[in-house]
Design a protein around this ligand. Structure first.
Ligand code: FO1
Length: 341
């Protein structure tokens, strides 16, 4: 495998949300020149806390790509402190959602820029630039879209369900408030339409990618995109590496298998990368009309992220060549005479 060889791929757009997706994104940034990669981020997990606008999935990308992230958590800032939170706790406030002091710095600046009337995408691109990140980090929409989870205890906002309740309550339904009135950010739409390759990272198809697809016009932009569209399954042997993916897929009548992932992205992808453990699903997926790559999708450490990113990009190159050949069959270029050794 030619991991680590910088690629002269044209423009790649990757849809990412949550902790799993960002691992692939980190691998991609090692292989693609800075501005060749656009990371389209989920904003359904966003929340307002004590007047601050917090964008967890955007911040996980910003912190990971700038080297600031707390790596064992996958979110928040490495070695952060919680003095401000302690003070808020002293006033009797609930502090189950841990905001570190450095993390609060991000929310202070983001909130103040938003208050000046700048769009969430403009603010995010500016924060990424100031952190020295080469890739373009783009929220899927500038409009408020919020994920809610219907449980036997009622409708919970995403962070209450995910953090406070540790995603224990049974999931009856997942809803995306505001999605009907939201439109893709101009930058996200442009990234989808100009990308030669569009990747859907191994994120939760319902809670991390779903809020983007629910935005009016986003699904259409993806369906009409000219680029090659490849999703990476977040499941390995019917399990998610982490988080409520299985519960949420089943609540959305999607089997927690590569078939369910293909159904979640029906009409939106040309190929699916699945884990070697799920290779038995390959024929059925090919029946679906998908090209399928079965490989080791578990990204262990930085090397694992680099390896999978390299495999995915190499696979995209092969598929791209295949598609070009199908489009312009032309005379088959016979391989030249083999050198006689
Ligand atoms: N996840 C937790 O499990 N516990 C927390 O206290 C927590 C705080 C937090 C603060 C800022 C932030 O950007 C992310 C935070 N997360 C926390 C992770 C967050 O809930 C998830 O990363 C996403 O929302 C799910 O993809």
């Amino acid at each position: 495998m030619s991991a680590g060889r910088p690629r002269t791929a044209d423009r790649v757009a990757v849809l990412s949300g949550g902790i799993g997706g960002v691992k692939l994104v980190e691998g991609l940034t090692e292989l693609l020149p800075g501005d060749a990669l656009s990371v389209i981020c989920n904003t359904g997990d966003d929340l307002e806390l004590w007047g601050l606008h917090v964008s967890p999935d955007v911040d996980t990308v910003l912190y990971t790509l700038s080297g600031l992230v707390n790596r064992e958590q996958g979110w928040g800032v490495e070695s952060d402190t919680y003095e401000a939170l302690e003070m808020v706790k002293r006033y009797g406030e609930a502090t189950w959602f841990l905001l570190g002091d450095r993390d609060i710095g991000t929310h202070l600046l983001r909130t103040s820029m938003l208050r000046q009337g700048r769009r969430l995408t403009e603010v995010t691109l500016e924060l990424a630039r100031r952190l020295g990140i080469g890739a373009r980090v783009i929220p899927a929409t500038d409009d408020p879209v919020r994920t809610f989870v219907l449980t036997p205890d009622g409708e919970l906002d995403f962070q209450t369900y995910f953090v406070r309740r540790r995603f224990e309550p049974p999931v009856e339904e997942v809803r995306f408030h505001g999605a009907d009135d939201a439109v893709p950010s101009p930058e996200a739409a442009a990234a989808l339409l100009t990308a030669s390759t569009i990747l859907i990272a191994p994120s939760n198809p319902v809670a991390s990618i779903g809020p983007m697809l629910a935005v009016r016009g986003f699904r259409q932009a993806l369906a009409q995109a000219g680029g090659l569209r490849v999703a990476i399954s977040p499941l390995i042997g019917g399990e998610a590496v982490k988080g409520p993916t299985v519960q949420m897929m089943e609540a959305t009548n999607l089997p927690a298998t590569p078939i369910g992932v293909a159904q979640a992205y029906e009409g939106l992808i040309d190929a699916l990368v699945i884990d070697r453990q799920d290779v038995a699903y390959k024929p059925e997926l090919e029946e679906f009309g998908l090209s399928v790559l079965a490989t080791d999708t578990l990204m262990e450490g930085f090397e694992g992220r680099l390896r999978l990113a390299a495999e995915v990009l190499d696979y995209c190159s092969v598929l791209g060549l295949k598609r070009a050949r199908e489009r312009e069959p032309g005379p088959r270029k016979e391989p030249g005479p083999r050198a006689v050794d």
